[in-house]
Design a protein. Structure first.
Length: 467
């Protein structure tokens, strides 16, 4: 009994926390908010200085000093308290800083100009400590834009909001940049080209005078773009290796876009072939041979459909497996034709997601619309179709009939009806759809209670910015 008790006491006295390997300690500290990481100094003498070597410094909403700042009214006082704490952390830090993240929270109402001044002072220190990932995010989209000199940093990842790039980067500045995400960023470098040989992912959201054409990125695999420009000419040169492409245009630019396209178009009886050669769907997708996932929305359809659409692209999209078409206006023949062009041009399409653009009493239904496919068209690999905000328009029903009749491997078609459809009308539409002929004997048609959110962006905060 005595020997057993002694063993139990020995197990209790073992300091397992202090005996953890250094790499495990580092992983634990990286998951903690910075103030909690500092508090681990009380665990034991071996943990006293552990936090000073963590390679990731994250100052976000979990940063407790922000709660103390909120009790002050003066915005400058708040800013100086914040930067003084960050300064202290940086001075006590001993080791490489591979990631530095600072979020400017609008709700705390501190003077962002003061914080930006200190960011300029921190950049040389971060450069000396081997910074690879930098995040500077400002929630307040009002006020002046601030410029920072990032050319001294050898970054692999940069996320920057509410900023200005007033310079042309020196040769090799972004040699190792793999991910670049810019939100509300502007520039005055005009036609200058960012040479980014290692860039794999580029995100441009509401940026002014910054376009995909400003980046020479032969290895770019993923492009997310929310347009915010008066000049809506769109091109993707030097981006032939794109595998994932998402593009959206806000509603307030659609009318301007359509006016521009109409003024440039030559409308004659023999202009169909000319429209086919100059159509935007051809210009945008003509060079994207390796695209695997294509997502468009927020009325980018209007731009893509302008100029007319051929039955199918002359150069097919053999790698395209996922097609997400958000907010299609099924009362516009041009947008429906553009959608069919993309479907016919993707022989290996596996998943199709569509959402209908809800218009209240402005456009008339295409009551006499028919999909007359004069050429043999079989969508051999399509398995999943999701249709959100279905309203029972003629073009919508024709599309469903077309997909059911030309998809021999189709497994599931899910329909979410618009809340504006009355129950008796919805029931009649459902009965009609069930009568359509099907190329697949195993396809299941089911109703969805909620619409499927089609999102080509993989970060929740981008969605918050959009809305």
């Amino acid at each position: 009994m005595a020997e057993s008790s002694m063993r139990k006491i020995d197990r209790i006295n073992v300091d397992r926390i202090s005996e953890l390997p250094l790499n495990i300690q580092e992983i634990i500290l990286c998951f903690l908010p910075i103030q909690d990481a500092v508090r681990t100094t009380v665990l034991s003498t071996k943990w006293r200085h552990c936090w000073t070597t963590i390679p990731h410094l994250i100052f976000d909403h979990r940063f407790s000093i922000l709660d103390k700042i909120s009790q002050y009214r003066d915005s400058q006082v708040k800013a100086y308290i914040l930067v003084s704490v960050i300064n202290k952390v940086l001075l006590l830090h001993n080791g490489p800083i591979l990631k530095f993240s600072l979020t400017f929270h609008q709700g705390y109402n501190f003077d962002a100009r003061i914080v930006h001044e200190y960011v300029d002072q921190w950049i040389p220190l971060l450069a000396r400590n081997g910074i690879k990932q930098l995040i500077l995010k400002e929630d307040d989209m009002h006020g002046e834009f601030t410029a920072h000199e990032f050319s001294s940093l050898d970054l692999t990842y940069l996320k920057f909001t509410k900023g200005l790039f007033p310079y042309r980067p020196a040769f090799g500045v972004y040699t190792n940049m793999r991910i670049l995400e810019l939100v509300y960023v502007t520039s005055d470098f005009g036609q200058s080209i960012y040479d980014c040989p290692a860039l794999e992912k580029l995100t441009l959201i509401f940026c002014t005078a910054i376009f995909p054409i400003n980046f020479s990125a032969p290895n770019l695999k993923c492009l997310h773009h929310i347009y915010d420009e008066k000049n809506l000419e769109y091109g993707l040169p030097r981006l032939h290796n794109l595998k994932e492409f998402s593009c959206q245009i806000p509603e307030n630019l659609v009318e301007m876009l359509l006016q521009t396209e109409t003024s440039n178009a030559v409308q004659t009886e023999t202009s169909i072939a000319v429209q086919t050669e100059t159509s935007n769907v051809v210009k945008v997708l003509g060079s994207l041979d390796k695209i695997e996932k294509f997502t468009i929305g927020l009325r980018f359809h209007a731009y893509l459909a302008a100029g007319g659409s051929p039955n199918r692209l002359s150069k097919p999209l053999p790698y395209l497996k996922t097609l997400n078409m958000c907010d299609i206006n099924f009362t516009h023949l041009s947008e429906v034709s553009c959608l069919l062009c993309l479907i016919r041009s993707a022989p290996n399409l596996h998943k199709l997601q569509i959402s209908s653009y809800v218009v209240f009493g402005e456009e008339e239904d295409l009551k006499d619309y028919r999909i007359e496919d004069s050429e043999d068209c079989t969508i051999d690999h399509l398995e999943i179709v999701t249709f959100s905000s279905f309203r029972g328009l003629k073009a919508e029903l024709e599309l469903i009939k077309f997909l059911l009749g030309h998809s021999p491997l189709l497994k599931r078609m899910s329909l979410h009806r618009s809340p504006n459809i009355k129950k008796d009308v919805a029931f009649a539409l459902g009965e009609e759809i069930l009568q359509y002929s099907r190329a697949s004997s195993r396809v299941q048609i089911r109703e969805l209670k909620d619409p499927v959110i089609i999102d080509g962006y993989d970060d929740v905060e981008w969605d918050d910015i959009i809305h």
